[in-house]
Design a protein around this ligand. Structure first.
Ligand code: PGA
Length: 254
């Protein structure tokens, strides 16, 4: 049985000074809804400057905290970058890798995503590895091909590990208000799960696959009721702790 994981991705939003109020509000709302981390895990991917504080508060309240990106080297002359040892020193145990915005605006390649994923796992950090097709790729019938091209280098790189999560995030659904239908999402998740199982039978059973792309409290139940959807990666709707708490609560009751 895969435990659901609902992850918020704040991207480059919010402010350090707002973090305590956010965390407190989320915690109060989840308590009201009888949230138990035994039933569903909650994670927040915060900007680098908030990570220390978010981890301290998150730990007390039962949430995981993740970085949104990592560098693939442990240290060195890479001005402006943040390494895994630095994150571990802050107590961070999770990171997003290969978000479509990293691929689109910072030219991250499938090869880099694969090597970052491997490095994270070697260093004891759990990656949430993001994949997904653009609108043009979906419209030309290339969704499965794109998912395979993005995923296979990762699966090859992470052989021997199993503590990773995948996130299927169709690029056309991110921040657009257009969510994949429950069936479109389930089809992609089933395809991804088949690729996982083909590489390693245990992965097919164990690895969680999150859906991301305009997830809201109004569409989470339908998505979570699909057999291969194990949670969500929530961008815009995670910025409001009230809405995010509803997503967690509805996502737990499927
Ligand atoms: P969105 O973003 O929920 O705002 O569409 C999802 C993501 O990019 O992880």
């Amino acid at each position: 049985m895969r435990k659901p994981l609902i992850a918020g991705n704040w991207k480059m939003n919010l402010l350090y000074s707002k973090v305590p109020h956010y965390m407190e509000t989320l915690s109060v709302e989840l308590k009201k809804a009888n949230w138990s981390k035994q039933a569903v895990e909650v994670l927040l991917a915060a900007p680098f400057p908030f990570l220390g504080l978010s981890r301290e508060l998150g730990e007390k309240l039962g949430f995981f905290v993740a970085a949104q990106n990592i560098h693939e080297k442990a240290d060195g002359a890479y001005t402006g970058e943040v390494s895994i040892p630095m994150l571990k020193d802050l107590g961070i145990q999770w990171t997003l890798i290969g978000h479509s915005e990293r691929r689109q605006y910072f030219n991250e390649t499938d090869t880099q995503v694969a090597s970052k994923s491997k490095f994270a796992l070697q260093q004891g950090i759990r990656p949430i590895i993001c994949i997904g097709e653009t609108r043009a790729e979906r419209e030309s019938g290339k969704t499965n091909e794109v998912l395979e091209n993005q995923l296979l280098p990762v699966l090859e790189a992470v052989q021997g590990f199993d503590d990773f999560v995948l996130a299927y995030e169709p690029v056309w659904a991110i921040g657009t208000g257009l969510t994949a239908s429950d069936e479109q999402a389930q089809d992609a998740h089933a395809y991804i799960r088949a690729l996982l199982a083909k590489s390693n039978k245990a992965w097919g059973e164990k690895v969680r696959i999150l859906y991301g792309g305009s997830v809201k409290s109004t569409n989470i139940k339908g998505l979570m009721s699909q057999s291969d959807i194990d949670g969500a990666l929530v961008g815009g709707a995670s910025l409001d702790p009230l809405e995010f708490s509803r997503i967690v609560t509805y996502g737990s009751s499927h």
